[in-house]
Unconditional design. Structure first.
Length: 204
């Protein structure tokens, strides 16, 4: 039974006076990507959304982030794992900064739970290294560390990997929306700038 037949069967069942018997839904099977294709697809999607992607190895992660801080001239940066960066501009979030204080920082650095190649989406469940939700919504710049090994093909795989009892944040590029004139407005619901540091390769 194809998609058209299933739709018609649902319509007939809804219009009938007898008991409703619906056909079993067909299983959804996504395309399985190779590891390299999976990561490259994620990068393409993120860049299409306007995010900046930096690729590095595990042993150059700290150097990559420090270089980004210097290049952008950031003076106040909040990092959930401050010891991974080792830069005088990097602050911790313990004790927690107030919302007013978060509005004054130049950027926040967090890790991620996983990323979805097909949609270019980063998922956080605010576990270790990911920080609380306010950190990823209030500052104007979000630097998110994504492990290549944690990139999945599609949304069904991501949903299956997420603990449904935890709060999650799904990020597809910098925050943006359109006003009534359909003009793009950035930064209304979160950071206007998203930097993704993609860590590829085994730990050093």
């Amino acid at each position: 039974m194809n998609g058209r037949d299933r739709i018609l069967a649902r319509l007939r069942a809804g219009l009938s006076d007898g008991p409703v018997v619906l056909p079993e839904p067909a299983p959804v099977e996504g395309r399985v990507m190779e590891a390299t294709e999976r990561v490259d697809t994620l990068v393409d999607r993120l860049e299409d959304y306007g995010a900046t992607v930096l690729r590095c190895r595990p042993d150059t992660l700290s150097h990559t982030i420090i270089g980004l801080i210097g290049e952008r001239g950031w003076k106040r940066v909040v990092s959930v794992r401050r010891n991974r960066v080792g830069h005088p501009s990097v602050l911790g979030d313990d004790p927690q900064l107030t919302n007013e204080e978060l509005e004054t920082v130049d950027a926040v650095i967090t890790e991620s739970l996983l990323a979805i190649a097909e949609t270019g989406t980063i998922v956080l469940d605010h576990g270790p290294g990911q920080g609380r939700r306010a950190l990823t919504l209030i500052p104007d710049v979000h630097v998110c560390v994504v492990e290549a090994s944690a990139v999945v093909d599609d949304v069904p795989q991501a949903v299956a990997s997420v603990d449904a009892t935890r709060p999650t944040t799904w990020i597809s590029g910098p925050s943006a929306t359109s006003d009534i004139e359909l003009e793009r407005v950035e930064g209304v619901h979160g950071p206007r700038n998203l930097f993704v540091v993609l860590v590829e390769g085994p730990p050093g």
